[in-house]
Design a protein around this ligand. Sequence first.
Ligand SMILES: Cc1cc2nc3c(=O)[nH]c(=O)nc-3n(C[C@H](O)[C@H](O)[C@H](O)COP(=O)(O)OP(=O)(O)OC[C@H]3O[C@@H](n4cnc5c(N)ncnc54)[C@H](O)[C@@H]3O)c2cc1C
Length: 478
Amino acid sequence: MQTIPSEYLEIDRKARVYMPYHDLSLRTPQERVCDFGDVVIPLDSDRAMLEASRCIHCPDPAPCMLACPCHNDIPSAMWLIEQGRYVEAANLYRETSSLPEICSRVCPHEQLCQGSCVLNKTHEPVLCGPLETFVTCYQRKTDGVEIQVGKPSGKKVALVGAGPASMGCAERLIQQGHAVTFFDSKPAPGGLAVYGIPNFKLSKEVFFCRWGDYEKAGAKFIGNTRIGKDKTVDSLFKEGFGAVFIGVGVGIDAKMETPGEDLPGVYEATDFLMRANTDINLLPENMRERPKIGKRLVVIGGGDTASDCLRSAIRMGAEEVTCLYRRTEKEMPGGRKDRQMAKDEGAKYRFLTQPIRFIAGEDGRLAAIECIEMKLGEPDAKGRRKPVPVEGSNFSIAVDTAIKALGYWPDPVIGESTPGLETHDWGLVSVTDRETGATTREGVFSAGDCVSGPDLVVTAMVGGRKAALAIDEYLRKK
Ligand SMILES: Cc1cc2nc3c(=O)[nH]c(=O)nc-3n(C[C@H](O)[C@H](O)[C@H](O)COP(=O)(O)OP(=O)(O)OC[C@H]3O[C@@H](n4cnc5c(N)ncnc54)[C@H](O)[C@@H]3O)c2cc1C
């Protein structure tokens, strides 16, 4: 529900529709490929007020609120921003979102809030995402940000994984007075927000500022601890945790099952992006080396991860960067915005192409890839036309580096080591109720990518927040 009563709004909708629109400013492709810094030039106060006043304040429930997985009260935030009440606007976002400074930067807004803005019909949508970034940044600089700690309940909760799902869950648990401890197999917290999403989309500084709020509120972090191996869910209960939240994401790269895929020079996307984008000191000890890339590099796959790999490789100095995808551009699962940025930065695309063999050179490293041309056949069960090889169309391309960006699966170790916890499809955690994240094991709750499969920061965080309410209820009844 919108929090600003409509009688306060003196809105001339027609006038607002015709207010001038200025597109978001981006650094030029030539400039931005020289570093891993932000691509977007942040809004300033004047721009923010002007942009927010383009909102025509649709009647409740506004389409942008419905489309936002957090159901942020965007129209009321716009009303506050246009009056320069930035801290109040930031606090409004914080009521429904645990990570507004992060979601405002990485959400695919064109598919969510901005995509549903009614102004799309005739004009340009209000830039809800960059406005959220502006106010949360302003708040941190002027007022600071604090997580309100609830009256101590005497209960403690273990969060397995320290990604967006667990952070969403933890914020609400802290507000309800429960003590939280994150356990993560990585040395630092953040999940894919730190060890996946490249710096040019989300700087580590933004993440760690938010993480600092959790630490100040008493959250503990225990890194380099893989639950299922170093400790188990059972041992966490024995240590006195009243409930366990599982937010382990999907960190295992899908295999290609193609000859030569283990050659030096062939990388998995997760490994490549982690080592390309993360401070060496934050990497696990056996990974503290940048990927060795050559001049000619291909990325195999068509999702957002493929775009991130292409753009990271360009910034690392690869001269010829090409995406190989087995269907056409129309079937590509990745967002159009990221793909356009990759194209602007120099990435090439080769569609209807399937690698079938990685070929080593005399030095034993990758030197070429044998591919086959594809054509689109009959639709599969999901309605997507299946790629079919064109017989006799084999050809080779000379490359020195290949990155496989084909999809992800969860680490099966949690399911294998936790009696009573049901999993499905190679380790995704089964929940008995998506709203509460309750699993088949009493006291164990779960949300995020390890339940839904690969999705978004915002959906993982919202899943964690919902589970926190159920955990609170469970602990209080116990
Ligand atoms: C390259 C890439 C780019 C992306 N870009 C975007 C984007 O622009 N916008 C967007 O919204 N989403 C993006 N996503 C998706 C988004 O990052 C994920 O949906 C989100 O991070 C999922 O959150 P999570 O908490 O469920 O899992 P994760 O973020 O994966 O966190 C899980 C954590 O659990 C830990 N863990 C795993 N197993 C264990 C274990 N057994 N014991 C202890 N710890 C364990 C992992 O180390 C990890 O830290 C991207 C994903 C990738 C791979």
